[in-house]
Ligand binder design. Structure first.
Ligand SMILES: *Cc1c(COP(=O)(O)O)cnc(C)c1O
Length: 795
């Protein structure tokens, strides 16, 4: 049967399936079913419809011998799946109707699914968007990662201070996954290496755990293709090898148990600092080793020679976290399959691609040579050989000051290295890998990030999605550049009114949610000004909150002025050990408490910071945004993807020339983008000026007043609480908050004026949507497929 003619079930049929699962899978009668039972039964009824296209896709891949993409990522920031899967199957109306027939509310049930947060932020969410696009495009692929028992911590505020609690998405059964007890590999750590007379190495690990697979099908648009997300869970060897246990090896057995308990227990919550922890290195090796074993086994099972692996496998490394894939693949080929070393290096390199995600020096992974040698002695020996070869050929060292530099390792072992926005890729060539780039001028390429329109427009913003479909048909969902067809309609009274209505409805929905869940009362007619992302100094939430205080001052000085009412919405978590970021969170909350209580400004300015920003919250906030804050210090944000989601949903951007902002501005038009601040080059120069921060503050009475108010305890009941922030701003200000303040403030006032012309604002907002089609992750994945993977669609 051609896959695109699968007819959807009727609501009655789906309701029957739900009841069948309720009874036979959950052993519940309708009368005693809880909301949880209903949701699980519905999810399973929907999941059933993924299985056939999934098995068909796997079979077709095997039959055609198509090249497979293996996307190795330590993070997949997935979010909820029920709506995503339902929408891709085209079942949202049927599901809603079926549940209504059963007396249940589909939307309410869907909102109860735990949010799978197996990632920190942009990098993990990119991996999830890529899985969606790989399936939509019909490119055979496996995503490989770790099935963390605890995803990213939950954030709570106690008196404005971030506190973290453990997240427990697996406390209840994860309905979308299939446990694969038969797909299990022994993964070793430590021990020593023996060499025989011919120099052949044998690694004798001191410790072993089992990596066991759990598969989640990832459905593409209209279920024409389904790929697999295979996540590894660590299990102790004892259960696997009872014989060793019976021989009396209790100590070895319990060591494996202890390691297995911790290995896949928790996601590291630092997205931008590497602390060189042994467990983290073991996590990285664990999932890389299991994934490579798995793909090599698949290759051999098809009866193919290992020398042809590059014809069948494209292995993409999402940042350096999986960079051990180079040495591990060499080890497999040489030690376990007898390939000659040089050939193995060439074979591995032909398979591997590496995506760089950051220029921040503190985020670049380095491991002490001692630790590497201790945990992975054979890999360390291979890295030493690669280091010598690299010094020979390029003059660049992988081993440096007693450390293994994972960026350099990933670079030399990849046939292509890519940056994630045009600006970022140029900076990678000029700064981070300048020497390697000289040696291999064709290796670095750009693939600007994208986001999946299925989740980030069609599913998250049904009001706008319906308007688009009514205007230009449904084709845009899988061909986002067709949003351009909206342009002739923009500026007509009928379309603009409906676009404005959709935005207004989304804002009303968000303000209801903010009232119910967060006790905040905001006016849906005010401008919704949103900054949602991890809290980091380079992302400059501090700049935003300082400007908020300055605006508050100016309104109080002139309460009858022509002000534009604003709601400043913040969302984001700080790494638990990042003291400055946590201080910034507390400052935002302190300022918010003071401003929100001020009767003079109450109708003009509000600050809202709902706790625990995650994918599900992003789906609520993004459709309701008027103004998107993308204000990082130029040269620091590799790409950003939040910027794309917001603009795609009709938000205008205030932003610096950083990351993908540059390309967004080119696409939407400079006249529809609020640019401010120093360029990356100006930032570099400015930093070299001694006392640059102090002189910027002295030159800005507005900023100086704000800093004085914070110093005097205006927001802290007289307590001096923010000496750390103030000291940093006066004395160093590496991220140039002070230098950009006046430019930012002035641009915000231009935005106030622009917002007062609502019909022009709506026109500009609609143009964002119409012109953002290029930022689909489908386009990004087509780029990887053509320029890096040489992989084709099997649709
Ligand atoms: C998209 C997304 C991000 C990335 O946001 P940036 O603004 O690009 O840093 C982070 N977290 C979540 C939950 C997201 O959905």
């Amino acid at each position: 049967m051609p896959k695109d003619t699968i007819t959807p079930p009727t609501a009655e049929a789906l309701a029957q399936d739900v009841l069948a699962h309720l009874q036979t899978t959950l052993a519940k009668r309708q009368s005693s079913a809880t909301d949880h039972d209903w949701r699980v039964a519905l999810s399973l009824a929907i999941r059933d419809r993924v299985v056939t296209p999934w098995l068909d896709s796997l079979q077709r891949t095997s039959e055609t011998g198509g090249k497979e993409v293996y996307y190795l990522s330590l993070e997949f920031l997935i979010g909820r799946l029920i709506e995503d899967v339902t929408i891709n199957l085209g079942l949202e109306d049927v599901a809603r109707e079926a549940m209504a027939q059963l007396g249940q509310d589909y939307t309410a049930l869907a909102a109860q699914e735990p949010d799978a947060a197996l990632g920190n932020g942009g990098l993990g969410r990119l991996a999830a968007c890529f899985m969606d696009s790989l399936s939509t495009l019909g490119i055979p692929a496996h995503g490989y990662g770790i099935r963390y028992e605890h995803g990213l911590f939950e954030q709570h505020f106690q008196k404005g201070v971030q506190v973290e609690t453990a997240e427990a998405w697996l406390a209840e059964q994860h309905v979308w996954e299939f446990e694969r007890p038969e797909v299990a590999y022994r993964i070793g750590f430590g021990g020593h290496v023996d060499y025989d007379a011919e120099g052949r190495a044998t690694w004798h690990p001191a410790q072993e755990v089992i990596a066991q697979a759990y598969d989640t099908p990832t459905v593409g648009w209209q279920a024409k293709w389904v790929n697999t997300l295979r996540l590894w869970s660590a299990k102790p060897v004892v259960h696997f090898d009872l014989a060793a246990f019976n021989r009396g090896d209790y100590i070895g057995a319990s060591a494996s148990e202890a390691l297995a308990r911790t290995l896949s227990r928790v996601l590291y919550p630092d997205d931008t600092t590497e602390q060189g922890r042994e467990l983290r290195l073991k996590q990285e090796y664990f999932f890389v080793a299991a994934s490579l074993r798995d793909l090599v086994r698949r290759h051999l099972k098809e009866g193919r020679a290992l020398s042809t692996l590059p014809d069948y496998a494209a292995i993409q490394l999402n940042d350096t976290h999986p960079a051990l894939a180079g040495p591990e693949l060499i080890r497999l080929l040489v030690d376990e399959h007898g390939m000659e070393f040089e050939t193995a290096v060439k074979t591995a390199r032909a398979c591997l691609g590496y995506t760089n995600h950051t220029l921040l020096p503190e985020a670049l992974e380095r491991w002490s040579e001692g630790l590497m040698k201790h945990v992975l002695p054979r890999h360390y020996a291979i890295i030493c050989l690669l280091n010598m070869a690299s010094l020979d050929e390029t003059g660049t060292a992988i081993l440096d000051h007693g450390e293994v530099r994972m960026g350099e390792l990933a670079f030399v072992m990849a046939h292509k290295v890519n940056g994630v926005s045009a600006l970022h890729t140029e900076l990678v060539k000029e700064t981070l890998f300048a020497d390697l780039h000289k040696a291999y001028p064709d290796r670095i390429v750009n693939q600007t990030n994208g986001v999946t329109p299925r989740r980030w427009l069609h599913s998250a913003n049904p009001a706008l999605s319906a308007l688009i479909t009514e205007t230009i048909g449904e084709g845009w969902v899988a061909d986002l550049e067709r949003l351009r067809e909206l342009e002739p309609h923009i500026g007509t009274a009928a379309f603009d009114a409906r676009f404005a209505d959709a935005k207004r409805a989304n804002k009303a929905k968000l303000s209801d949610w903010l009232r119910q869940v967060h006790g905040a009362s905001v006016d849906p007619d005010a401008m919704f000004d949103i900054q949602i992302k991890r809290i980091h100094e380079y992302k400059r939430q501090l700049l935003n909150i300082l400007e908020t205080v300055a605006l508050w001052n100016d309104i109080r000085d002139n309460p009858n002025g022509d002000w534009t009412p604003r709601v400043k919405i913040f969302g984001g978590k700080a790494a638990p050990g990042y003291v400055m970021a946590k201080s910034i969170i507390r400052l935002i909350n302190d300022v918010g408490a003071t401003i929100n209580a001020d009767p003079v400004t109450r109708d003009l300015l509000q600050v809202v910071y709902p706790e625990n920003y995650n994918v599900s919250m992003a789906e609520r906030l993004i459709p309701a945004c008027d103004l998107s804050e993308q204000i990082s210090t130029a040269g620091k944000e590799a790409s950003g993807t939040g910027n794309m989601k917001l603009s795609l949903n009709g938000a205008l951007t205030i932003g610096t020339l950083d990351g993908a902002n540059v390309e967004i501005r080119e696409h939407v038009g400079a006249e529809n983008f609020f640019l401010f601040g120093l360029t990356a080059e100006e930032v570099r120069q400015r930093r070299t000026k001694p006392g640059h921060a102090r002189s910027a503050i002295e030159a800005s009475p507005r900023l100086k007043r704000v800093l004085g108010q914070i110093a005097n305890g205006l927001f802290t009941g007289g307590e001096a609480r923010y000496g750390d922030i103030l000291g940093m701003l006066w004395d160093s200000d590496y991220f140039l908050v002070t230098a950009d303040f006046d430019s930012y403030y002035a641009t915000q006032r231009e935005i106030d004026a622009a917002y007062r012309d609502q019909s022009d604002w709506t026109r500009k907002a609609a143009l964002q949507t119409a012109r953002m089609g290029w930022f689909s992750s489908d386009r990004t994945i087509s780029g990887y497929a053509g320029n890096i993977w040489n992989a084709a669609s099997l649709l």
